[in-house]
Write a protein that binds this ligand. Structure first.
Ligand code: SAM
Ligand code: SF4
Length: 344
């Protein structure tokens, strides 16, 4: 199937999942281990707790059976898992559209085994040249990614390439520089204000709040992104999101539908409750051992309660949470983006 027809099929399947009120995206932290040392990161964990290959393969097959459409694999650094190639092949065989997020260090040497199983590849770029290497604690990283990204050009089986840039006090004026990289790599540019903490049952853990941008800097970033978009740079955020970020940089005026559309599974198998990370909704190892389907999670009392609580929760500030919420609400700006995906 051509890439264009795969995308059209994806758009149709997303709409179908929405009309059945079922989550369409499985977000999977496939490992908590990482070879980098980003100051902003909330997810790297030195204590390995990854579930085994068979359980991840079960999860991907179960996700296909439960009607999920899209799998997003991240972590930790997913390319640290030796079994990644085999697992992504299981995901594809289960009918999932696969997005992989990586810091890119191992991309070139692992690509032969991943090629064909990744639909969208997201490379994380927080700066250019050695400044990026310093921010990630990996000397030579930017050069490795640049070589790899350019090597994809001309490959007919290359995935859709995107850059993800996290805006923090370490790189507040970076957008024009990464926009130029995106053009050179023929990649789309996704950016998000840094998230600052996770929510525990006892309240919010503001572990990295001092690195987050203030409202004025976020307004300036939104204006800059809008200017770059107007100049034809491949900024993926919708104008509706950029308007909101400029008008309300605290991003408190949206209604969250994220738990409707997405389920997150942590590296230890916990099914995340985004309002209280220390009390998961379920555990996939237990579901697998008791023979229950993944769809059993959909009807849990706590999940139903979470769907209601989310409506007035505005803890998350990144475009994917907000734009997925708008997509769930069938907002015209997001339907336009979906239509573009279908016809591009
Ligand atoms: C946690 S990483 C995992 C995948 C991989 N190790 C990587 O860096 O691409 C996924 C994405 O989250 C971004 N990220 C890191 N810290 C963040 C934060 N505090 N808020 C939002 N995104 C963040 C990373 O830059 C990366 O693009
Ligand atoms: S490379 Fe990714 S997982 Fe690793 S520390 Fe950086 S953001 Fe976190």
């Amino acid at each position: 199937m051509s890439r264009a027809s795969e995308r059209a099929r994806l758009a149709a399947r997303l709409v179908r999942a929405r009309s059945r009120q079922r989550p369409h995206t499985l977000s999977h932290l496939i490992t908590s281990r990482c070879n980098a040392r980003c100051d902003t990161c909330l997810w790297r964990d030195a204590r390995p707790s990854d579930v085994d290959t068979e359980t991840v393969a079960w999860l991907y097959r179960a996700a296909g059976r439960a009607g999920f459409v899209h799998l997003v694999v991240w972590g930790g650094e997913p390319l640290l898992r030796e079994d990644l190639g085999a697992l992504l092949r299981v995901a594809k065989e289960s009918g999932l559209y696969v997005t992989l997020i990586t810091n890119g260090w191992f991309a070139r040497e692992r690509w032969a085994e991943l090629r064909g199983s990744v639909d969208v590849l997201i490379l994380s770029v927080d700066e250019v040249d050695c400044r990026h290497d310093e921010m990630r604690g990996l000397p030579g990283l930017y050069r490795r990614m640049d070589d790899f990204a350019l090597s994809l050009q001309g490959d007919r089986k290359a995935p859709t390439l995107l850059i993800n840039t996290v805006l923090s006090r370490q790189n507040e004026d970076v957008l024009p520089r990464v926009a130029a990289v995106a053009r050179r790599w023929r990649a789309g540019l996704f950016f998000c204000p840094m998230e600052t903490g996770v929510t525990l049952s006892a309240g919010r853990a503001e572990s990295k709040a001092d690195l987050a941008l203030g409202h004025e800097e976020l307004r300036a970033a939104a204006a800059q992104a809008r200017g770059l978009k107007d100049q034809g740079y491949p900024i993926l955020a919708t104008r509706a999101y950029l308007d909101l970020l400029q008008r309300d940089p605290g991003l408190t005026s949206y209604s969250c539908r994220m738990p409707h559309s997405l389920i997150t599974v942590e590296s230890d198998g916990a099914v995340r409750d985004c309002r209280r990370h220390d009390q998961p909704l379920a555990d996939i190892r237990r579901l697998r051992s008791t023979g229950e389907p993944l769809s059993a999670v959909f009807d849990l009392t706590r999940r139903r309660q979470l769907l209601r609580e989310a409506r007035s929760c505005t803890v998350c500030n990144n475009p994917d949470v907000i734009e997925l919420s708008w997509l769930w609400d069938l907002r015209p700006s997001m339907l336009g983006k979906l239509a573009q995906l279908a016809v591009r």
